[in-house]
Design a protein around this ligand. Sequence first.
Ligand SMILES: [Zn+2]
Length: 278
Amino acid sequence: MKFKLSILITLAVFMITAQGCGSLSGGKQTGIGYLLDQASGARQAQQVQEIQQIQQIQPESLKVSVPAAADPSKEQAEGQQTPRIQKKVYLTFDDGPDNINTPMVLDILDSYGIKATFFVIGTNVEKKPALLKDIIERGHALGNHTYNHRYDDIYAGVNGFLQSIRINEELIFRIVGQRPKLVRDPGGEVRNNEVFKQALTAAGYRLVNWDVDSYDSRKNSAETDIVENIRRQISKERLWPGMIVLLHDGKGHMNTVRALPTVIEMLKNEGFEFEVVK
Ligand SMILES: [Zn+2]
């Protein structure tokens, strides 16, 4: 009896091992049938039953553990249930063109294959007409940032403001043959002024504010500050379908130029596509 039981255990161990080597379908019935023939009594039969249960459980547990995470069709189906927001960003550069910063900004944008919008000041356009041409020839968009950017002049009254816009427009037209209808008001002063806003609209212009301020116009704004200011603001999901970022390429904004590659890479990594304001 003891001898038979030891044969039974040896065979059972052999069978489990064989199953682990992948011979389950071939060895299962033959092995168990042989054991049943050899074993006698209720105890041995019970042991055989337990072995059968082990044999059944192991493959089952394998089946359960494998599929869930590795099924690509399921992942695709889940992806379709949650439509992705198309993230768009509009980089805008104010106060140029500047003979140092504007060419560097243009080169950086080219190196990433990105287009931006430049809100130029008339007095700078007069000084650097070739840079204005360069902006257009490299596929970027132009906006009007008044003739002289002098608050006491442009904000004294609505007529003076419109006059400053028109003088700049004429300058731009003579150089590149375009009359940009996009207007950015220096300092965003017109944002809450209905009289100025209505006058602009009536004259056929479109006021373009911003959603994200890089704060690069603050004194001593370091390169890292500019990057972090933008990083902090772009988490707002409501901005993602069309986010306008305020930057400057005017005189003295070297830190904006230094921060620009990091800003672009950060926005790319966040899944934004770059477009010009229209
Ligand atoms: Zn400005």
